[in-house]
Design a protein. Sequence first.
Length: 48
Amino acid sequence: VLEKVKEYNYPVCFDFPVGHQKNNYALKCGVLHKLTVTTDSINLEEIQ
């Protein structure tokens, strides 16, 4: 994945807890989200 997207200027996050697992974040269809990735944290928020 990284080889395909490295030329673009948007964050890429691996092993993010989304989907059918015990601890996960909801990615709602049709809703804009902001993903902030730093060396210390990851934040996912809905954009209103």
